[in-house]
Design a protein around this ligand. Structure first.
Ligand code: DGL
Length: 262
């Protein structure tokens, strides 16, 4: 019983994983959470694989030492680089990763045109290649790495001219023929959905991995008998390697933002 009241750790390279935390809190408001963002070392997406592994393992170890009962790696980049190793290292801890929500996008209509936005590392990794191979026959899929985009969210710049121009340059080559779906394959990107929609049109269906990851977390906790039995609203504690009050404030603001992706 006492075990089940321990917090769920949510880890990301920065503030983006709050999009996953938001889905977790919506689904399991009675759980306690520790959110750790490694903004001091972000972006992970343009780092060598070994560095991302080392940082991820260091922070996950710290979160387990802090008493977490489960870990959600709320970062597509860290998941693709390290989730297999983490699961081998901590076989008894529910260790949940995230991947681009390509499946629901591909299945949303017959032969859709799907743009998958992610970091350079996510798009390059074997894990993503395998995902692509699974769905390539059922959709026209365009993988797009977006270096520079997560930095807008890290700065708390969620709208405005500079963001619009950045995204317009990135997305204009994909406007014709019209896309059916955009998959946000980086946990930072849901916070700039409004601008993505302004450029690609409001009809484009936008998919993010947070809600599916939250459901998977609940399943895994249930299997392990680790769902918090409390009926009271749980707590959320934020930590960030930059140790700046602004980062914690930004995380709280992002958690409370209700931008609706679908
Ligand atoms: N939020 C991370 C993801 O989901 C990556 C951002 C970064 O490059 O650090 O992939």
């Amino acid at each position: 019983m006492e075990d089940a009241r321990r917090p769920i750790a949510v880890f990301d390279s920065g503030v983006g994983g709050v999009s996953v935390l938001r889905a977790l809190v919506d689904l399991m408001p009675n759980e306690n959470y520790i959110y750790f963002g490694d903004s001091a070392h972000a972006p992970y997406g343009s780092k060598p694989l070994e560095d991302v592994r080392e940082l991820t393992e260091m922070h996950v170890t710290h979160l387990l030492e802090a008493g977490a009962k489960a870990v959600v790696v709320a970062c597509n980049t860290a998941t693709s680089a390290d989730i297999t190793i983490l699961r081998e290292r901590y076989p008894h801890i529910p260790m949940i990763g995230i991947e681009p929500a390509l499946k629901p996008a591909v299945l949303s209509k017959s032969n859709p045109r799907v743009l998958v936005m992610g970091t350079a590392m996510t798009i390059r990794q074997e894990k993503f290649r395998k995902l692509l191979n699974m769905y390539e026959g059922q959709a026209v899929i365009y993988p797009l790495s977006c270096p520079g985009l997560m930095e807008f969210v890290e700065r708390g710049e969620l709208s405005g001219r500079a963001l619009y121009e950045f995204l317009e340059k990135l997305l204009t080559p994909y406007k014709e023929p019209v896309l059916d779906c955009v998959v946000l394959g980086c946990t930072h990107y849901p916070f700039v959905t409004d601008t993505i929609r302004q450029i690609l049109g409001s009809k484009v269906a936008v998919f993010e991995g947070g809600p599916g990851t939250a459901r998977e977390t609940r399943r895994r906790l249930q299997q392990a008998g680790l769902l918090n039995p409390s009926s009271k609203k749980g707590t959320v504690r934020f930590e960030n390697s930059l140790n700046m009050p602004e980062k914690i404030r930004l995380c709280r603001m992002l958690l409370d933002s209700k931008e609706n992706v679908k």
